[in-house]
Design a protein around this ligand. Structure first.
Ligand SMILES: [Zn+2]
Length: 297
């Protein structure tokens, strides 16, 4: 048989989970270490869910076996929150007009499975921002994808969005942001590489998507970024910069400059227990203060 090299893209969360048996355990340990208790169920955390703030949540994948969970998540969140587009969420915080509990959804890495999110998002009238690596969009070489997924994402090989898919997302009212050309760790890159990457992604997305405003750096922890990166993002023309550090954003009365504003986002895996997700965002709400709005650099 020709083509006996096995080209098999992962297309279910079941397959991913089989490869990552420890993820859930570490999540439970993290919960045990933090301050809130789930003893009283949702009733005990409801006041935190009702607090005016913007909570950003981001996902990486919505495989077909996660669709129902995604819809359940949107349904549950909609009981206490209003969905905001990414740009509207950023603007609310920058203009000090956070008056209700808001949720803004984004997704990183540009997997093709993101397309499956569109129907549920439409149902809840929610717009999301998809942070993509332009260097991977439309990539179809399985060996390139397999290497990228393994080395950069610690993930089995998955299909990536095409530029046509990106257009489909935009036409459905979603936003596209940059996640660097090829998913680099900015803290491990040189000043020149960072400047070059920011300029290149900004230009490509300007041409392909008719403009781009938002940036989220790969890996997302503060130690994956630095002051050089922060400056390069805004010098290139982006107007927001996101982390994957937990937290939410409350209204601040003093002026918040876009280049000082550090967007915090909580990662969500769709098969996590719903109460645990609510617990995490309630904990953010409980701990929120205006210093959370700023970069630590
Ligand atoms: Zn990423």
């Amino acid at each position: 048989m020709e083509n006996s090299i096995s080209i098999k893209y992962t297309d279910s969360y079941k397959e991913v989970k089989a490869l990552q048996p420890f993820a859930i355990r570490s999540l439970l340990r993290n919960m045990a270490l933090s301050g809130l208790s789930l003893k009283n169920g949702i009733a005990g955390i409801e006041k935190y869910l009702l607090k005016p703030r913007v909570q950003f949540l981001y996902i990486h994948h919505i495989f077909k076996d996660e669709l129902q969970n995604f819809e359940n998540l949107l349904s549950t969140l909609s009981k206490h929150h209003t969905f905001l587009s990414y740009s509207d969420a950023v603007n609310k915080i920058l203009t000090g007009t956070v008056d209700k509990p808001y949720i803004s959804i984004s997704s990183d890495d540009g997997f093709k499975s993101n397309l499956l999110a569109m129907e549920a998002l439409r149902k809840y009238n929610a717009s999301a921002c998809f942070f993509i690596n332009p260097g991977l969009i439309g990539e179809t070489d399985f060996s390139v994808i397999k290497k990228h997924c393994k080395e950069k994402l610690n993930f089995p090989p998955v299909e990536f969005l095409s530029w046509k898919d990106v257009e489909t997302l935009q036409n459905a009212g979603h936003e596209i942001g940059s996640h660097t050309m090829n998913h680099i760790d900015i803290a491990k890159s040189t000043h020149t590489e960072i400047d070059e990457d920011m300029r290149q992604t900004f230009e490509i997305l300007k041409i392909k998507c008719g403009g781009v405003a938002h940036f989220a750096f790969p890996y997302g922890r503060f130690f994956n970024f630095n002051e050089i990166g922060r400056k390069a993002v805004f010098d290139a023309g982006f107007t927001s910069c996101a982390t994957a550090e937990r937290g939410c954003h409350i209204k601040q009365d003093t002026v918040l400059l876009p280049e000082k504003f550090c967007i915090r986002r909580d990662h969500v895996v769709l098969d996590w227990n719903m109460n645990h997700i609510l617990y995490f965002i309630a904990n953010n709400s409980k701990k929120a203060n205006v210093s959370t709005n700023l970069f630590p650099y």
